[in-house]
Design a protein around this ligand. Structure first.
Ligand SMILES: C[S@@+](CC[C@H](N)C(=O)[O-])C[C@H]1O[C@@H](n2cnc3c(N)ncnc32)[C@H](O)[C@@H]1O
Length: 263
């Protein structure tokens, strides 16, 4: 039986909660409330796809990475389907901790998923990029062997968020060039993809963004992730009406292309 408490030793994560993750989680819920029905299709598509993909998996242990507010996770159904349901995030909102108590087979784990956060937020003038790359590789090996014992692993709208605070912090530190930071972020994202156990995982990723003005003229479009998503296993695609109220990018309507992949 996997003891998830153990991985806290490897990814202590404590001092990184203040870096912006908690505020980010609050922001997700506020936007969800502001956008109302605009999010419904995205949330329902994610939940439906997770459930379809879960059908042919063994039913002992399901782990969801990036569970947040459970907005896009069919928690009730997964908890009935699997013996154990482990929900992982950097921080679980107190309302979610309260809600989880109603389920006898749900465990909430707070960890920094990549395993490299602590190293990044302790970067100093003597740190080399190579140190970070070596640590990333160690964290990847750990994730790889650890995830292998899971029957169904869900990476839930997490990939584009995984490196946001890391990049911001490293760019502020000005220890490395912009392209070094971008390449490092790419490596972390690629490691996340590579460590999802094959045949037992699914990935939902908002991978492309489009901004429009109020006359629906396109203002910007571009990738939200550094890596290429695998073509194989592509099951479903849709558009997430992420922010039509102009709060995320002032005065702009923001849409994300989302892919669901069986990995
Ligand atoms: C866009 S949200 C996904 C939506 C979420 N399933 C929900 O319903 O609220 C991404 C989630 O990933 C978490 N996250 C981002 N980077 C993380 C990291 N490095 N380690 C752990 N969790 C992370 C965030 O805290 C957030 O809850």
């Amino acid at each position: 039986m996997i003891n998830f408490k153990l991985i806290k030793r490897f990814f202590p994560g404590k001092n990184i909660k203040n870096i912006g993750f908690s505020k980010d989680i609050e922001g997700i819920y506020t936007r969800f409330l502001n956008e109302g029905n605009n999010w419904t299709e995205h949330l329902e598509n994610t939940k439906k796809s997770i459930l379809i993909s879960s059908q042919n998996k063994n039913k002992d242990l399901c782990v969801v990475l990036g569970s947040g507010w459970w907005l896009d996770i069919p928690v009730q159904e997964l908890s009935q389907m699997f013996k154990r349901l482990v929900l992982v995030d950097i921080v679980h909102p107190s309302q979610i901790k309260h809600k989880a108590q109603k389920y006898s087979n749900i465990e909430l784990i707070e960890i920094e998923i990549t395993g490299i956060g602590n190293k990044i937020f302790n970067v100093d003038s003597s740190s080399s990029l190579n140190d970070l790359i070596v640590s990333t590789s160690i964290a990847k090996d750990f994730n790889l062997s650890f995830y292998n014992d899971i029957d169904y692993l869900v990476s839930a709208n997490l990939l584009s968020q995984l490196t946001v605070f890391f990049e911001k912090y490293l760019n502020q530190k000005k220890r490395f060039s912009l392209s070094e930071v971008n390449n490092f972020a790419k490596l972390i994202q690629q490691n996340h993809l590579d460590s999802l156990p094959k045949g037992k995982s699914c990935l939902i990723a908002d991978y492309f963004e489009k901004f429009y003005d109020n006359n629906n003229q396109i203002l910007h479009q571009g990738k939200r992730i550094y890596v290429d998503l695998p073509e194989k296993g592509n099951k479903n695609e849709w558009i997430w009406k992420f922010d039509l109220k102009g709060n995320y990018k002032f005065g702009k309507k923001v849409y994300f292309d989302v892919k669901f992949l069986d990995v």
